[in-house]
Design a protein around this ligand. Structure first.
Ligand SMILES: N[C@@H](CCC(=O)N[C@@H](CS)C(=O)NCC(=O)O)C(=O)O
Length: 213
């Protein structure tokens, strides 16, 4: 099986790189840039999938998208499934919950605030006030989880951590995410960023953009 990660600069596809580095699994990687000003993916990236959003994963020449599908596919088919929990695990429900919370609840709340900022909508607009209240609620909830257990699924590092770390790392470049005000999240992010596989991932995805190398 040939796995190709189509890595769009500063995007959710870095989760796939991190997961594969954690698993020590073989993959190909192709790099793509964002356009200036709009920050949209370059046309060659848009051509990989009808929705043109990141991540896109190539599996023997067939492309799939959506972070949850991409990470679940890799977690279950690569590295002997070492970072995926199944129904026999006592932590399975928590694993599923946090795995899906990342893109179903946390990221949409953050992205709505990012987009409102880009669009120049008044920060005191009622929708933005509500969005910030919602984000604060989600952060408090997440902080309470991480105050109780070392990893999102419980006692072991899993693909749920790969899904849930992104909102507190890359996303913070675009929207203030109050990690510092949430000590358990802050300590968790520090632990995740210290993982050798995460650091290998950063070295790969933060390389100089094409043409500027
Ligand atoms: N829920 C989707 C969201 C995908 C998404 O919005 N990706 C962003 C990057 S992180 C994107 O592709 N932006 C560039 C563009 O739309 O051109 C997923 O997780 O795959």
């Amino acid at each position: 099986m040939t796995i190709t990660i189509y890595q769009l600069d500063r995007s959710r596809s870095e989760r796939a790189v991190w997961l594969m580095e954690e698993l020590g699994a073989a993959y190909d990687i192709e790099f793509f840039e964002r356009l200036p000003v709009t920050m949209q993916a370059e046309p060659a990236y848009k051509a990989l999938h009808p929705l043109g959003s990141s991540p896109v994963l190539g599996i023997d020449g067939t492309n799939i998208a959506e972070s949850g599908a991409v990470i679940e596919y890799l977690a279950t088919t690569q590295g002997g499934g070492a970072l995926a929990l199944g129904p026999t695990s006592p932590d399975y429900a928590d694993y599923l919950y946090w795995f899906h919370f990342a893109e179903s609840t946390m990221m949409p709340a953050l992205v709505s605030e990012i987009m409102a900022g880009f669009a120049g909508i008044d920060p005191e607009n009622q929708l933005r006030v509500y969005a910030r209240q919602r984000i604060a609620q989600l952060l408090a909830f997440t902080d309470a989880r991480l105050a109780a257990v070392p990893f999102f699924a419980g006692e072991q590092f899993t693909a749920a951590d790969v899904m849930m770390t992104f909102p507190f790392t890359m996303t913070r470049q675009y929207v203030p995410v109050d990690v510092e005000g949430h000590p358990a999240i802050a300590a968790y992010v520090e632990r995740m960023e210290a993982r050798p596989a995460y650091q290998r991932c950063r070295a790969i995805v933060d390389r100089a953009p094409k043409g500027n190398a």
